[in-house]
Design a protein around this ligand. Structure first.
Ligand code: F6P
Length: 332
């Protein structure tokens, strides 16, 4: 007997927003449309599914959102969805709206929610989108590149004023418990030092000595990048003041890193991921995450995906050190 084609799917964005989420929503809706599948947008993530907060999405309704930052579907972090009662309500919404499967766009927390929902009989497909790039099963997550660019743009501006005043700048960047954003940005701005959670904090060698060496080499301003997972940028500034005797200025970039129009890489990746997510559902492959490996799309069973860890390539840290002015090394 021929298997019945899926008729209606839901799409939602959950957790912290990321540039490119809209491009992913658009790709899901347009791909579904091309396959004759109806698409319902669930607003405010898992909480919206509990509250039956939805909007019907047509191919037209997602016009002109590919370049927009944020998410037109809104997003939230739902406490209710962590309870069995909340999840059963979400299942009831799916039944009521005739939603046969959900495409969930977000990070780790979003996928944990998706796994729970799948255990209650609603098939899911996940699309990784977070500026933290900390999803183990995927080399890349939507939003990372745009967030890096935003941070670089801000730091370049900071450098202008730090240079004029011959100051030291301590910039805290996001990334939750991961240092991807900090290290990539640090390399891109030519930072004096970068502190990341993947490396044991060594204030003396990784911070104080690096500033002192840069100073000895004639530098008169210093750019220090601190991943939020390492701790408070103000504490790092205090350590610099005590260790080097200079008075740094602190900038916490904060949520500005999550905003702005997605760049080409994020739009293109989001579009491919959305396309593959709906095709997986249409072909009966469910409960998977759509990840990337060496640029290509791959599907990973969600349970396995949540166990996977992605290591920061530490050769990048070595490269950063090489680029810095470290007299002790140069003289050896
Ligand atoms: O996961 C994305 C992220 O921006 C992290 O980098 C950061 O730690 C967190 O979300 C901030 O969350 P909120 O927007 O809830 O303050």
């Amino acid at each position: 007997m021929e298997e019945k084609m899926i008729q209606r799917i839901g799409v939602l964005t959950s957790g912290g927003d990321a540039p490119g989420m809209n491009a992913a929503v658009r790709a899901v809706v347009r791909t579904a449309h091309s396959l004759g599948i109806e698409c319902v947008g669930i607003r405010r993530g898992w909480q919206g599914l509990i509250n039956s907060d939805f909007v019907v999405l047509t191919a037209d309704s997602v016009s002109r959102i590919i370049s927009r930052g944020g998410t037109i579907l809104y997003t939230a972090r739902s406490e209710d969805f962590m309870t069995e009662k909340g999840r059963l309500k979400a299942v009831a919404t799916c039944k009521m709206l005739g939603i046969e499967a959900i495409v969930a766009i977000g990070g780790d927390g979003t996928f944990r929610g998706a796994l729970e929902l799948s255990r209650l009989g609603i098939p899911v497909v996940g699309i990784p989108a977070t500026i933290d790039n900390d999803i183990g099963c995927s080399n890349y997550t939507i939003g990372f590149d745009s967030a890096c660019n935003t941070a670089v743009e801000c730091i370049d501006k900071l450098r202008d004023t730090m240079q004029s005043h011959e100051r030291c700048s301590v910039v805290e960047v996001m990334g939750r418990n991961a240092g991807f954003l900090a290290l990539y940005v640090g390399i891109a701005v030519g930072a004096t030092a970068v502190l990341i959670p993947e490396r044991e904090l060594d204030i003396e060698n990784d911070l104080i000595k690096r500033i002192q060496n840069a100073r000895l080499a004639g530098h008169n301003h210093f750019m220090i990048i601190v991943a939020e997972g390492v701790g408070n940028a103000y504490d790092i500034a205090k350590a610099i003041k005590e260790g080097v005797g200079i008075d740094p200025r602190v900038t916490v970039l904060g949520h500005i890193q999550r905003g702005g129009s997605p760049n080409a890489r994020d739009r293109e990746t989001a579009t491919r991921m959305g396309y593959y997510a709906v095709n997986a559902l249409a072909q009966g492959r469910t409960n998977v995450i759509i990840g990337t490996k060496e640029g290509a799309i791959k599907e990973i069973p969600i349970e396995e995906a949540l166990q996977m860890k992605k290591a920061l390539q530490m050769d990048r840290y070595g490269i950063l050190e090489t680029m810095g002015v470290d007299n002790s090394k140069i003289r050896q």
